[in-house]
Design a binder for this molecule. Structure first.
Ligand SMILES: [Mn+2]
Length: 355
């Protein structure tokens, strides 16, 4: 299969002879190797991963998509590498390099014209489409999160604090195969569930509370993301009604996902269910986002989205209803878009669970 580096080489437009990748996430995407620092320099016929002494041994053992070279005087090395290929115009990541960084690069790489064209967009559009291996790694991460969900359902009870639930979820994931957390786990209860991204507090869980859990694990840098809302002891009629509306919206959102759908329509499929039930003003965020090496990446499903989903895109479907001062419900699965429909990568039940 064509590597991501090869794709950059073959899609480089006329007038651009080379590319210099600096952002950690793009570097990991191109090399498969996570590192804090490093440089990937690409010309039409060659590519080098410059790594410093902290990483070079591991990089040489793991990286197969290009040569690894020990980083020395990096700007001299880059000038030599680009110069040897006769490169004149070098693409850098306009979405990552700061103005100060750009000025610095211009000064350190004399003789080359730097351009913000091409590279950020090229990598971003490649990253949207996951390979089978990448989907498998995200699924592995998701299974770890689901095991943690099973575990936490036995842990949640009246008197336990939100913070304790958060720490227990995190400890379980990290001790059962998660390399890291996808993001700071959300574990909120009762009235705190009306804040879509509430922060776990010392509040004790009470009977009649909804508890919203939004969490994920990573595996080889690939993220998972899921949300479940469970009830403790009992639910009111209104809680049950709202839960069922969100569940219907989430199902509608998943059913609509298929290659060719716009991010706007993917959002609308879920949003219509909530609006038609009269709760539209309580659903303030977009229905979903891409997931991959980052927890939030392109494409997105929202009323303002201009994206169109191709097969291989992995997105969340996470509608919610949040009634200030009362409670909120969100249900989130992660799915891979296929030519005909989608595959839900989440296996955990979405039925209302009353603990
Ligand atoms: Mn999410």
């Amino acid at each position: 299969m064509e590597t991501a580096i090869k794709k950059i080489q073959t899609s480089m437009p006329e007038g651009i002879d080379a590319a210099l990748v600096i952002s950690p996430v793009a570097r990991q995407y191109l090399t498969g190797f996570p590192s804090e620092d490093g440089w990937v320099a690409i010309t039409r016929d060659d590519a080098v991963f410059f790594e410093d002494s902290r990483y070079i041994e591991a990089a040489e053992a793991q990286v197969t998509s290009c040569r690894c070279v020990l980083q020395g005087k990096i700007y001299e090395q880059l000038c030599e590498f680009f110069g040897a290929a006769g490169a004149k115009r070098v693409a850098i990541e306009s979405g990552f390099v700061t103005l100060a960084g750009f000025e610095n690069l211009k000064a350190k790489l004399p003789g080359f014209e730097l351009t913000g064209e091409f590279l950020t967009d090229a990598i971003s559009s490649m990253r949207r489409i996951k390979t089978r291996e990448q989907v498998e790694m995200m699924t592995t991460a998701q299974r770890v999160a689901e095991k943690a969900l099973d575990h936490i359902l036995g842990f949640i009870k009246p008197g336990v604090t939100e913070k304790q639930v958060q720490l227990e979820l995190d400890f379980y994931m990290l001790s059962h195969g998660a390399e890291a957390l996808s993001f700071e786990t959300i574990a909120v209860s009762g009235a705190n569930t009306s804040k879509p991204h509430g922060v776990p507090s010392g509040k004790k869980i009470e009977k009649g509370d909804f508890v919203t859990l939004d969490f994920g694990a990573t595996f080889n840098g690939w993220h998972s993301d899921m949300t479940r809302t469970v009830a403790v002891g009992s639910v009111s009629e209104k809680q049950r009604e709202v839960y069922n509306i969100v569940l219907a919206a989430q199902r509608a959102g998943l059913s609509a996902l298929t290659a060719g759908i716009s991010g706007r329509d993917a959002d609308k499929a879920a949003r219509d269910v909530i609006e038609n039930a009269g709760y539209g003003k309580y659903f303030g965020h977009g229905t979903g986002h891409g997931v991959g090496l980052e927890i939030h990446e392109s494409p997105s499903s929202s009323p303002a989205s201009t994206d169109v989903f191709d097969a291989g895109v992995v997105v969340t479907v996470e509608p919610g209803i949040y009634i200030p001062g009362e409670f909120g419900v969100r249900i989130e699965d992660m799915a891979v878009v296929c030519r005909d429909g989608c595959i839900d990568l989440t296996e955990a039940s979405r039925e209302l669970i009353i603990l």
